[in-house]
Structure formats: C-alpha cells, structure tokens
Ligand binder design. Structure first.
Ligand SMILES: O=C(O)CCC(=O)C(=O)O
Ligand SMILES: [Fe+2]
Length: 284
C-alpha cells in the first residue's frame, strides 16, 4: 500500500537527490527514521517517490543479513561427488532453489526410513519463547539423528557437506518426518524470526539458518509435494531427489509448505544448515 498523504516537495526532492547521488534505499530509510519518521510511514513515502512496490522496500527494511558462512549453490546440470552423479533438474534464482535428482540411492532411502521408524514422535516446532511445542500446523511424526551417528548418516552428511561446500558441523542433526494422508506442514520459513523473543536462545549456538535441504525418501501415491507459494512452484516428492533452498533472514520468497498427502505416505529427511558451527563435538 502506498501513501496517500501529501508528500512535501522538499522531502520528495531530498529522496530523489539522495538516491541519485548513489545512496541505498536502506540508507534513505535510516536517515528518515533518524529524523523522526515512523518506519512504516517512511517506507510508504519512499515507495511512492521512487515508484517502487512497497513489498520491495519491505525486503530492504528487513532484519540484518546473515553475516556468517554461506552454502555454495549446486551448479547445473550435474555434480559428481564420490562417484555419485547428482542431477540439478531445476534452478530458481529468487528464492535461491535447486531441485536435485539422484541425491540418495534407493537403498539409502529405504535404510534411512528403517533406522528412523522405531524412533518417531509427533513433530514439534519451536515456539516464540524458544521452547519445543506440539503444533497443529505440523501434524507429521518425526525424529532427529545425531550427527554422524551411523555409517549411513555419516556418508549422507559428508555428501551434503561436499555438495554445498559447508563443513558437516554447520548442520543440525538430520530430521526424518513421516506424513500420512491429510498430514501436512503449513506454509512457513525455516529462518528464525529476529522479532521473536526466543531468537537469541535459538541462535546462540550456530547462529541463523542459511539453507535447507529436504530429501524425499519415498514417492507418495498422491500429493505431498513441497510448495513455494510466492513463486507458484511445487516440487514433486520423488524418492532419492531433494529440494535445496538458501535464504537470508527475512527472505519471504523462501516461504514453503509440505502439501497434504492425499494417498499413501510421505517420508522426508531434512538437513538445516547454520551460518556458524552448530555441533560442539561430532562422533568419531
Ligand atoms: O514436507 C515438506 O515437503 C517440507 C518440510 C519442511 O518444510 C521442513 O522440514 O522444514
Ligand atoms: Fe521448512
């Protein structure tokens, strides 16, 4: 929504001349706020003067960008890691997203499900105070593997680390989720919201999340894709393939959802990556 308030001609001229002189939109917004303009009002005025959608300015006004390490985005058309060729079937630039085929073998998918199954519990989300909670938005069952807890986990973690050029210790433990018909994961971002009171506690170890890798361990009979509603994209859940996406804090384009399974079941393994080492020690 743009401002319908009259904008003083001096303010209009100042915004135009300051941006023409090479100052960023963020700098203009900051100067306006420093002189007493309300943040929402200044975004609205700048959007009107510069004839930009306000959503573009909202992105500028977001929380500070990630300072730590970033992942390398897999390059099309394919990458070979330890003799295994992973195919980059689709690339999107905003959000940064890759669909990866043949990331896991059929046997690896079956073995992961087998190791996870006896340890499943109702999946939790992190509440605004930083505590884990049962959440109606996420109805699947899940479990976490410890880093390097079995030879299989170690092999997969090493493959991911090489593929994304990020040390294994930047990863959270691999999470396996199981969805039955009707179960889903409603639209959300994987980065932690700095406005939430629990932010400091959640990011004290490892800092902010920087990327996610959702690996499909089976192919549901119907439904269960991963949707990115901001760009109208749905990635099919196909055994052995994965969707990788990377983001900055506040990147709204990375909004995504696990669509309801319509028939059959869905198994995924998710690896979230942090800007700094998350693991204090990794097993042998
Ligand atoms: O189930 C899916 O397809 C998405 C899972 C997801 O968003 C997550 O684990 O963060
Ligand atoms: Fe997610």
């Amino acid at each position: 929504m743009k401002s319908h308030l009259p904008i003083r001609p001096e303010l209009r001229d100042w915004i135009l001349s300051t941006t023409r002189a090479g100052h960023s939109v963020e700098a203009v917004l900051k100067l306006m706020q420093d002189t007493g303009y309300d943040p929402r009002q200044s975004r609205s005025i700048v959007a009107t003067v510069l004839n930009m959608p306000i959503s573009a300015l909202d992105a500028h006004a977001q929380a500070p960008k990630v300072q730590g390490r970033r992942t390398r985005h897999p390059e099309a058309p394919q990458m070979t890691i330890d003799g295994r060729t992973i195919h980059v079937a689709l690339s999107v630039e905003s959000p940064t997203l890759r669909v990866l085929n043949d990331l896991l073998s059929h046997d690896e998918c079956v073995a992961l499900v087998k190791e996870a199954k006896p340890r499943l519990q109702r999946a939790l989300t992190v509440d605004s105070g930083g505590k884990q909670q049962i959440d109606a938005r996420r109805t699947s069952e899940g479990m976490f593997f410890g880093i390097g807890e079995s030879p299989l986990i170690k092999r997969i973690e090493q493959r991911i680390a090489t593929l994304l050029s990020i040390p294994v210790d930047h990863g959270e433990g691999l999470q396996v989720l199981h969805y039955l018909p009707g179960q889903q994961y409603e639209p959300h971002h994987d980065w932690f919201d700095p406005e939430q009171p629990g932010f400091a506690a959640i990011t004290a170890k490892g800092g902010q999340r920087i990327a996610s890798l959702v690996m499909y361990l089976n192919t549901p009979e119907s439904g269960g894709g991963t949707a990115f509603p901001e760009i109208g994209l749905t990635v099919s859940a196909l055994r052995g393939s994965a969707v990788y996406f990377a983001y900055d804090t506040g990147d709204t384009a990375s909004l995504h959802a696990g669509l309801p399974v319509l028939k059959g079941e869905k198994w995924i393994a998710t690896k979230w990556l942090r800007e700094r080492p998350f693991q204090t020690s990794s097993r042998g």
